[in-house]
Design a protein around this ligand. Structure first.
Ligand SMILES: [Zn+2]
Length: 690
């Protein structure tokens, strides 16, 4: 959506893989008279009245109608590039986590969770020690890089950097085999750029040219800080830009990478060695601690061939510069102020940020990154206890049920395809809140050496990933930490996961009415579920294998519907007359937004059908509150620089279009607000996928 340990906390969400949902179409019930509507307040319902701007016309701009008040009252803080309801939920979580960490820091208990999170957080907040260490933590890495003089020493440097997840030239990790989801294999992917995307190097508009110029100066300054002489740093910055530009040219675009067939190439160990003969792969696999790696998929063979040629066309001195830069840029956020401030200058340029986050927030985030499932344990005890999990489980079950009903009645789907779609829904797995078994973090931590902790955490994560290769798939893994305000669907696992962090007010509460919980959170559940059936997810079968299970005629209809959505979103202007949304890049997310909202609406209607009396709050019907609650999860203020970065690099549409796009595509919305034909929110043409 929106937008990824062992203790005694247990849960029982693991649904049997054969769970069967109600696939029968709703029977038409004979309308029986209902008692008069019950009056409640918007606050009692869970709707934020002050966030609305009721002077706006809901049929012209429903985003403003629902969020105008919020937008006026919530300017972007100087240390953020975006401010939105998700960030506010994250802020709430940050304060909770801060309390937990400060408590552990002040009086560390003897249990493993408390000892480890306290050491990590304490070292991060010890700014004096960090200043004193200055550039020293980089020294061991830079010493290996300094020895680069040929292929052998270049491989040695890649081993050292990659073992700490500092990605130069490419990255590696574990992945489920796209075509046999029971197997975990090694994946090799493009990586090694200091700017957010390949397009930043090769795009030809003025803004990007300006960023490139800034970047080269930034590399030069950072390298001087790391101890390089100014003339050498100037040369190095030129080398870095040239090498990264070559890597960018070889890299796939984000739109290409949405096609699973384009990023899956089982070449195995020999095939990789053949594509890149100048890298000593035997030494590489041995050096990273996994000498027996055999099953390998690369995202692009052309990419591997290209970087291999690059290792030959560039001189060792240039490689030294590129690798030095990779170390410096990877480690700067964890070093003394002068490094940290220089790396922040680039973030400012890219995202329009005005100032750094306060130290404590960055330390809470870093602890969550490094030790998320330790910190997550006290978090869920405080924020996700009692019946929260059961309540969320109910929403998930009902939204799945709505999809079952939908699948049973879809006119454009033939029966053979429908049968597999139903099987896929039946096998869809979900995890809610927190993992059933917590991750074990078996590495040493110091309460006085922050950079060492960070390196240890990176090393641990690298080994943890690679250790999955060749083992059975772990279905209990969470790819996000429990406090994360987000959710995900994984195509290979055919699974959706909702961390406790997103199941919080104002998105979800046991005190909210169904219309609000379903509008705000049911839509998120529907969104993740629909990912299993979006243009990308639909290419994976019920068992998570990349396999075409669509009949030709149904696939044709499905593709045409997806194109309709893409065309609609490509008309959305980010700035008047300026850049527009990329409907292809965001297609999967948009399909999921539209489908998710529709499923949530259907699920909530079914739940409420049994209710005695309808609820009315301040003149708003339950249906109206459903849509307002949905829109209010997206209330956002965003800096123009950040909007532009998002449009170029992110698969999600901007918040306002995540409101307007789906609501324009669901006629029930226009009916609910009685929008006239021809109004913005009742367009003549409506795109429907699910
Ligand atoms: Zn999504």
């Amino acid at each position: 959506v929106i937008l990824p340990s062992l203790s005694v906390v247990s849960c029982h969400h693991a649904k049997p893989a054969t769970a069967v949902y109600d696939f029968e179409p709703d029977t038409v019930e004979v309308a029986k008279p209902k008692p008069p509507a019950k009056e409640i307040t918007l606050a009692q319902a869970g709707v934020n009245a002050s966030w609305m701007d009721r002077s706006a016309d809901p049929c012209t701009d429903f985003y403003k109608f629902s969020c105008g008040g919020w937008m006026a009252a919530n300017p972007i803080p100087a240390d953020y590039s975006t401010w939105d309801v998700t960030r506010q939920m994250e802020e709430d979580n940050l304060s909770t986590l801060k309390d937990l960490l400060e408590k552990a820091k002040a009086a560390p208990a003897t249990d493993e969770v408390s000892t480890k999170i306290s050491a990590f957080y304490t070292a991060c907040t010890d700014e004096a020690a960090i200043e004193k260490a200055d550039a020293k933590p980089m020294a061991p890495m830079l010493a290996v890089v300094a020895k680069v003089k040929d292929s052998k020493s270049l491989t040695a440097a890649l081993i050292e950097l990659h073992s700490h997840r500092m990605w130069a030239l490419f990255d590696i990790g574990a992945q489920q085999d796209f075509k046999d989801a029971t197997q975990v294999i090694t994946g090799v992917d493009q990586d090694g750029l200091g700017l957010p995307d390949r397009d930043y190097y090769v795009g030809d508009d003025k803004h990007l040219a300006e960023i490139r110029e800034f970047y080269v100066a930034h590399v030069e300054k950072s390298l001087v800080l790391a101890g390089m002489k100014p003339a050498a740093a100037k040369q190095a910055a030129t080398d870095v830009m040239r090498i990264e530009t070559e890597i960018a040219k070889l890299s796939q675009t984000r739109v290409e990478r949405r096609d699973p067939y384009k990023v899956y190439n089982r070449v195995e160990r020999d095939g990789l060695a053949k594509a890149a003969p100048h890298i000593d792969w035997d030494a590489y696999w041995k050096g990273i601690g996994f000498p027996d790696v055999k099953a390998i998929s690369v995202t692009s063979v052309e990419y591997v061939k290209g970087i291999d040629a690059l290792t030959q066309s560039e001189k060792p001195a240039a490689w030294k510069n590129y690798l030095t830069w990779t170390v410096v840029r990877s480690m700067s956020p964890w070093l003394s102020k002068r490094f940290d401030e220089e790396q922040f200058a680039l973030q400012q340029k890219l995202q329009g940020l005005k100032q750094q986050l306060p130290r404590w927030k960055r330390c809470v985030n870093a602890t969550d990154d490094a030790l998320g499932e330790l910190l997550g344990q006290p978090y869920v005890a405080v924020k996700f206890s009692g019946d929260s999990k059961d309540l969320a489980e109910g929403v998930v079950t009902n939204v799945k049920g709505a999809m079952g009903t939908e699948l049973a009645s879809l006119a454009w789907m033939d029966d053979a395809t429908r049968k597999v779609a139903q099987e896929k829904l039946g096998k869809m797995f979900d995890q809610i809140g927190y993992p059933s078994k917590w991750r074990v973090y078996d590495f040493k931590l110091s309460s006085s050496d922050y950079a060492a902790n960070w390196l240890a955490a990176q090393g641990f994560e690298f080994r943890r990933q690679m250790n999955k290769v060749g083992k059975p798939v772990d279905r209990t893994e969470f790819q996000m930490t429990p406090p994360t305000v987000n959710a995900y669907y994984d195509s290979s696992l055919n699974e959706m996961v909702f961390p406790a962090g997103i199941l919080q007010p104002p998105a979800f509460s046991k005190d909210f009415i169904d219309a609000v919980n379903y509008g705000a959170t049911g839509s998120t559940v529907g969104h993740e579920l629909t990912h299993g059936f979006d243009d990308e997810g639909a290419q994976f079968d019920p068992d998570g294998n990349l396999r075409n299970w669509w009949s030709e005629s149904t696939a044709k209809e499905f593709k045409a519907d997806g194109k309709c959505v893409s065309a609609l979103y490509s008309t959305f202007e980010v700035t008047p007359g300026g850049i527009k949304e990329n409907g292809d890049l965001t297609n999967g997310e948009n399909i999921a937004d539209i489908g998710g909202l529709k499923l949530a609406f259907a699920a909530y209607h079914k739940v409420r059908a049994k209710a005695d009396a309808a609820l009315v709050a301040d003149g708003f019907s339950e249906d109206q509150m459903f849509f307002i609650a949905y829109a209010q999860t997206w209330c956002t203020n965003e800096r123009p620089e950040r909007e532009e970065e998002q449009v170029r690099t992110n698969e999600h549409s901007l918040a306002r279009f995540r409101v307007l796009g789906p609501l324009q595509s669901i006629p029930a919305f226009a009916d609910t607000f009685q929008c006239k034909a021809g109004s913005v929110m009742r367009p003549a043409k409506v795109c429907t996928v699910w």
